[in-house]
Design a protein around this ligand. Sequence first.
Ligand code: NAP
Length: 278
Amino acid sequence: MSFNELLSGQVVVVTGAGRGIGRATALALSEAGAAVVLVARSGDQITGVADEIRQTGRPALAIATDVSDATQVDHLLVLTLRAFGRVDILVNNAAVVEPIGKVWETSPLAWQKLMAINVIGPYLCARAVLPHLLERGSGRIINVSSGAADKNLQGLSAYCASKAALERFSGTLAAEVEGTGVVVSVLRPGIVDTDMQAVLRETPSSRFPHSETWQKFHRENQLRSPREPALAITWLASRFGADSNGQTFTIDDDAFRQRIAADLGVPPLPPRQRNRAA
Ligand code: NAP
């Protein structure tokens, strides 16, 4: 089966699909044959990506949704089912990284908002699609986490806590769906060249003490292209990810990258320290 038939007939919801990893994921899943529902708060970005996909002759639909709002998420499902009649795969990718700063300097409202987007958002989206997946006895939920899930990064208390919570949520959900045909997995996408990365390296070291390290990653060309995690997500969404329930994958794992390239028939995905001279 060729790459562009891997997900034929499948309907995928990708949150945070307006830019960065989510945009690349929507494009890759569409290339693999899926109909794609693109979700973000800003309608103009997802509409642009949906137009880009439709120009290739593949189906795509942009639905402006705040994933932290239960009513909007339920409506997202109604519109998805109305347009495509089914849903097979959910990619919980939407997230924010701010507030950045020491715990005692952050705003409680901003901290709560991050948790609402990064943790409650994936819960609401999973909760909305699960009855449909369970009824058919198949489907995938792929949660995009971060190495921050098990690191104590000063200035990123909310973000680190949210990714740790997302991974525990994913594991618990995977246990609940075990044996149903629904598969829940986690991807840590590495350090990727997106707007979120730009925010981190541009934050003053008084608020984010690691910003210089992040500037160095950028200077030394250590950032991954969003296409790389997008291919990893395509692998997890396809038949190759069928046995991944309850597992966490990191793109910085050499063996995982080699499997993705071999199974999908794409060029090798580079290691992180790809070109220190650049
Ligand atoms: P990004 O460039 O900042 O894009 C984030 C996307 O999420 C945007 O489309 C944004 O659109 C959407 N979004 C944010 N809040 C939302 C909400 N409440 N409802 C719906 N959509 C929302 O981020 P990225 O770097 O591509 O990150 C994607 C994922 O990878 C995140 O889960 C992130 O934590 C993870 N990750 C990234 C890196 C990295 O190096 N970039 C590393 C590890 C993990 P709107 O603002 O229009 O809503």
